[in-house]
Design a protein around this ligand. Structure first.
Ligand SMILES: Cc1cc2nc3c(=O)[nH]c(=O)nc-3n(C[C@H](O)[C@H](O)[C@H](O)COP(=O)(O)OP(=O)(O)OC[C@H]3O[C@@H](n4cnc5c(N)ncnc54)[C@H](O)[C@@H]3O)c2cc1C
Length: 431
């Protein structure tokens, strides 16, 4: 690594204008924009490579951004969207696409304007950021775990596994607490607390959900396509989307379910009615007519066979059971009320949510540094103008579709650029 070699191998008592703790998506962007602004910059990353989490994003393909307009983008951010105006003005999704393309990773846009590398390899996105960092002369120190952050006169003293680093300005880009094997283990939350920066509680979003229905395990592995998943609290619809989902040994997962988890927020789960419309292409009456017709034409067949024509295999038996009928019942024997009950069940298949999988299994960690404590125009802490946060360290998260990485890149870019501006304004008393 060219930039890394530029730094002394045995790094004791290094001095730099800007130090960035964490070399994930937001830390790389912070390092790049700081170095491009002319500040000497050092990224300290505890893993043996940069952007480890990025390698597993988008199922290894990395959905790096979303080719949306600003307004469209902000609609996908359920919490604190306005906080992102300045960051996205500095680095828009289209800027991110240009940046990685210019650094050897051409991109393509797929369904829902999700942007992926043409190669379908997440590693190519990380390599592009690496190349940009090298060209900008940003220092990178790998296997460098920062253990403590101490505010000192005109800057910060970092204690790390590779020695001490003094920096005039500091960017904390250590991510959230999900998938800790990638390095995001919550160190930044401890640093923030020690520096008196207020945090909102952490919780999992974009996460598989647990259900208490006794039959869940029977359906393990069953994937449903083109269904509508609904969540309602009282009169309020919290979520209603078409798409794919699947049953797991203890609940539900898949794209629709991850999205659902974003919308439940503070609602107690037992107050939320969750149900699947298994036949969203048909109205209740159309489905009832279809059932009547199938029974009229195949009256001697078993109920199971009639349902098999409408539903994926394992679900037919369960549906018959849940409506109190035997799957082997001859179809013509179904009463009017029983047909109506079956139709209701297919349009309103109730699930009972009982919780989420743990934070470690979430795609994104909600919570973190309170946006009210930061200046949105710079990402600086209001009470500490030399301290900056970015990425999942901040209490901003978005739906799936490339929005979360874009938030990390954009807030990182703004934090890095602002940290450089701050550091370059301090006269260097040491030289
Ligand atoms: C399975 C999965 C799939 C995903 N897919 C997508 C997707 O396709 N599109 C999308 O937009 N988002 C996706 N996301 C979310 C996205 O990856 C994150 O939002 C994003 O990586 C956050 O960036 P970050 O820089 O804040 O944190 P991270 O990427 O977690 O980076 C933090 C870095 O800080 C380092 N670090 C932590 N503590 C220290 C320390 N003490 N000293 C030194 N270094 C430290 C860590 O090692 C790590 O490299 C996915 C997430 C997961 C888990």
């Amino acid at each position: 690594m060219v930039a890394e070699q530029r730094l002394c191998k045995k790094m004791t008592d290094t001095t730099t204008d800007v130090a960035v703790i964490g070399g994930g998506a937001s830390g790389m962007a912070a390092g790049l924009f700081s170095a491009k602004s002319g500040a000497s910059t050092l990224i300290l990353e505890k893993n043996d490579k940069l952007g480890r989490k990025m390698y597993i994003t988008g199922k290894g393909r990395c959905n790096l951004t979303n080719d949306a307009t600003l307004d469209e983008f902000l609609r996908e951010v359920p919490r604190n969207p306005k906080f992102l105006y300045s960051a996205l003005a500095l680095l828009s999704p289209q800027d991110t696409m240009r940046l990685v393309t210019q650094n050897g990773c051409p991109v393509k846009t797929e369904r829902g304007r999700r942007v992926f590398p043409v190669s379908d390899k997440a590693s190519d996105v990380t390599k592009a950021w690496h190349r940009a960092l090298d060209d900008a002369g940003c220092g990178v120190r790998l296997n460098a775990c920062v253990q403590a952050v101490l505010p000192v006169e005109q800057g910060y003293l970092l204690t790390s596994s590779v020695g001490r680093v003094y920096a005039k300005a500091l960017v904390i880009a250590t991510g959230g607490l999900s998938y800790p094997s990638t390095g995001s283990t919550g160190d930044g939350d401890h640093f923030a607390e020690a520096l008196g920066v207020p945090l909102q509680p952490r919780s999992p979003v974009l996460v598989p959900m647990l259900t208490s229905d006794p039959w869940t395990g029977q359906l393990q592995g069953l994937s449903l396509k083109n269904v509508r998943l609904n969540a309602v609290r009282g009169q309020k619809t919290l979520f209603s989307e078409l798409g794919e989902m699947l049953f797991t040994h203890d609940g539900i997962s898949g794209p629709l379910v991850l999205e659902l988890s974003c919308h439940l927020d503070a609602s107690p789960l037992d107050a939320v009615e969750t149900f699947i419309d298994l036949k969203p292409g048909l109205t209740h009456d159309q489905l009832r007519e279809r059932l009547d017709r199938d029974i009229r034409e195949n009256g001697r067949r078993q109920l199971r066979t009639i349902l098999d024509a409408l539903l994926p295999g394992r679900l037919s038996e369960l549906m018959a059971g849940l409506s109190g009928l035997s799957p082997t019942l001859q179809a013509s024997q179904l009463t009017k009320q029983q047909r109506e009950a079956l139709t209701n069940l297919l349009k309103h298949f109730r699930l009972h949510l009982s919780g989420t999988h743990p934070l470690a299994e979430a795609i994104v960690t909600r919570g973190g540094v309170d946006t009210k404590a930061l200046l949105p125009a710079t990402m600086a802490v209001r009470s500490r103008p030399s301290l900056f946060f970015c990425g999942e360290m901040i209490d901003v998260d978005a739906h799936t579709g490339g929005y979360n990485l874009q938030i990390a890149f954009a807030t990182g870019a703004l934090a890095g650029q602002s940290a450089a501006a701050f550091a370059l304004n301090i006269p260097d008393r040491r030289s």
